[in-house]
Design a protein around this ligand. Structure first.
Ligand SMILES: C[S@@+](CC[C@H](N)C(=O)[O-])C[C@H]1O[C@@H](n2cnc3c(N)ncnc32)[C@H](O)[C@@H]1O
Length: 320
């Protein structure tokens, strides 16, 4: 569950199975009993008006100009839903009214950017995928690298949110390599466009809910309990790096052994997804693995470039 901070308080957004937010529904969830009928019908009215509101294009241009967040790359419906969240949360009657508020209140940009980048994640999200990574992908990488001089393993968690995915991979590597862990040069790079998430990733402190897929032994071995929160062990700080990076405007040219980009491309327009998949192909070592989200697919020329390894878990190999 993601919380969108709002000047009017904290608003929880439920996630449905596809990972899409439901908080955009003009009528908030039933448990939110503080909303009376009058407020509900006002929200519905705002929702209907927004559909025909011509201020949307101008708002997009202003957001782009003032934040560098390129709205044109994202699917319009998704983008509109996320902006509407803020329009409603601030009780703005139109996009124009919201624009005025943005001009007056610089902090609203922060709330807006937080809403635009969907940062929901958790440790071992889709545990079945991580089972395959642990049982097949990591042993294959280790075997491949064990004979090399440097024994280096390079992994990229692209769109890493607050680092849950990157640290999950660190746990799997540690579990597999055991006492050999320090004999390998492991680099797990987590990148994201959202500065706040990256700060959280660097701190590596999480609440209980983010760790709900972990068994007690794993929690105990890889985290230090601090009050009701959990901090990843320092050993992982040495092998992980979190960096600001926009996937669209800045393709990477490294040679990774494994690239994980899950639940990120789904928000982008089709042609952007195609380009990104080509970029990922170029950034992979020959024989390297590529994993995308369970509701994402390879597009354009990517299906001809990658060999399916496990289609159910959206796991592919760069063979040539
Ligand atoms: C739903 S999270 C996915 C987190 C993790 N990969 C997972 O599956 O649990 C999507 C992340 O993509 C990031 N993102 C969105 N647009 C991006 C871009 N252009 N470049 C890099 N990251 C981006 C968001 O900030 C967000 O943290």
């Amino acid at each position: 569950m993601k919380c969108v901070r709002s000047p009017n308080g904290i608003k929880n957004l439920d996630k449905n199975a596809a990972g899409e937010e439901m908080g955009n529904n003009p009528v908030r969830k039933a448990s939110d009993n503080q909303i009376n009928k009058e407020e509900i019908s006002k929200e519905i009215m705002i929702g209907q008006n927004l559909e025909e509101d011509p201020g949307f294009e101008l708002l997009k241009r202003i957001i782009n100009g003032n934040t560098g967040f390129n709205c044109e790359h994202y699917k319009e419906a998704h983008f509109r839903r996320r902006i509407n969240l803020r329009v409603r949360a601030t009780n703005s009657e139109s996009y124009g009214a919201y624009l005025k508020l943005l001009k007056k209140d610089r902090q609203e940009y922060e709330f807006l950017l937080d809403a635009l980048t969907v940062n929901v994640s958790e440790f071992f999200r889709n545990p079945e995928t991580f089972k395959i990574i642990e049982k097949e992908v990591i042993p294959s990488l280790v075997k491949y690298r064990s004979g090399s001089l440097t024994r280096s393993i390079r992994i990229w968690s692209a769109g890493c949110a607050a680092g849950e995915e990157a640290y999950s991979l660190a746990i799997l590597l540690h579990r597999t390599l055991k006492t050999d862990f320090n004999r390998y040069r492991i680099r797990i790079i987590g990148t994201d466009i959202d500065a706040q998430s990256l700060e959280k990733a660097k701190k590596g402190i999480y609440d209980e809910n983010s760790l709900k897929n972990l068994d007690p032994d794993t929690k105990e071995r890889y985290f230090l309990k601090q009050g009701d929160r959990y901090r990843v062990i320092d050993e992982f700080k040495n092998i992980t790096q979190f960096k600001h990076h926009d996937l669209i405007s800045n393709p990477r040219t490294d040679h990774f052994d494994l690239i994980v980009c899950r639940n990120v491309m789904i928000y982008f327009k089709k042609e952007i997804q195609e380009q990104l998949q080509l970029n990922f192909y170029k950034a992979l070592e020959k024989g390297g693995f590529f994993i995308i989200g369970k509701s994402e697919t390879l597009l354009g020329t990517a299906p001809n470039l990658f060999r399916p390894y496990n289609t159910r878990e959206r796991l592919y190999i760069k063979e040539i």
